[in-house]
Design a protein around this ligand. Structure first.
Ligand code: ADP
Ligand code: MG
Length: 260
């Protein structure tokens, strides 16, 4: 059975997509079968995995509207080493079209159940909002991975997300939990970042992943080559940090399984 995780944070530009594609590539590198689901109409995770969002025969849009299965709509990215259920601007329309439909929060969950045996991990790249799309992600997932920058308002922004997750947990998906907080774009030379990092650990304890993703230009350059940084420049510090993080995820998932 696949472990299904949302990569979520209500803020834009915090590193959700970078985390999704590089964790996916890192997991693939350590032998895991991975599906990336792009739930953001911007389609950055799709492009960043080497799949052209302008030429998708089928996408997550058709899956949400139940006119295609995931088995039909997913594509293999040989370059990235994992499967992708892509997205493009069409997905923005799904939001409106879903509103009047039944089980509108549970469309993705149902579709993922059919392919659960095909993947060890499903990583869902969420848009930066609490939309019906994000809700489909949160209702499908066993847990949430929260990438965050160690900046001044980081903790404040986090309380909104934590409340949202609590609400979804209470009302829609009793399985949902925060798997962990991932410190990204980290620069240890900046005192404030170290302070916020300490606050995070004090407040969230072992929910803070040990792995830390440094600010690294190779991770930012990789998407323009249609590759996750882990594949684009495996020797870079950013890539190595994500492979390390992938190992940490595999270990954490083993403890989740034991607890269950
Ligand atoms: P989100 O999906 O949350 O909007 P992105 O993953 O697209 O955020 O990241 C926002 C920007 O920051 C992108 O230009 C990305 O390349 C860059 N970026 C993300 N993580 C890093 C990092 N660790 N080092 C350097 N640049 C990064
Ligand atoms: Mg994104």
């Amino acid at each position: 059975m696949a472990h299904i995780f949302c990569i979520a944070n209500q803020k834009g530009g915090v590193g959700k997509t970078t985390t999704t594609v590089n964790l996916a590539a890192g997991l693939a590198r350590v032998g895991q079968r991975v599906l990336v689901v792009d739930l953001d109409p911007q389609g950055n995770a799709t492009m960043g995995s080497g799949i052209d969002k302008r030429q998708l025969p089928m996408s997550v849009y058709e899956v949400l509207l139940e006119s295609a299965s995931i088995a039909e709509a997913r594509q293999r990215s040989d370059k990235a080493g994992y499967d992708v259920l892509g997205a493009n601007r069409e997905l923005a329309g799904a939001e409106v079209e879903l509103v009047g439909l039944e089980r509108r929060n549970l469309r993705l969950k149902k579709a993922l159940a059919e392919v659960s045996a095909d993947h060890d991990f499903v990583l869902i790249d969420c848009p930066p909002s609490l939309s019906l799309l994000t809700l489909n992600g949160l209702c499908s997932a066993h847990g949430v991975v929260v990438p965050m920058q160690c900046e001044y308002f980081a903790l404040e922004g986090l309380s909104d997300l934590v409340n949202t997750i609590k609400q979804v947990h209470a009302n829609l998906n009793p399985e949902l939990q925060i798997i962990g907080l991932l410190r990204v774009m980290f620069d240890p030379r900046i005192t404030l970042q170290q302070q916020v990092s300490e606050q995070l650990k004090a407040h969230f304890g072992d929910k803070v992943f040990d792995s830390v993703i440094p600010r690294n230009v190779r991770l930012a350059e990789a998407p323009s080559y249609g590759l996750p940084g882990v594949v684009f420049d495996p020797a870079s510090r950013g890539a190595q940090a994500f492979v390390e993080f992938a190992r940490e995820m595999v270990a954490r998932v083993a403890t989740l399984r034991k607890a269950a």
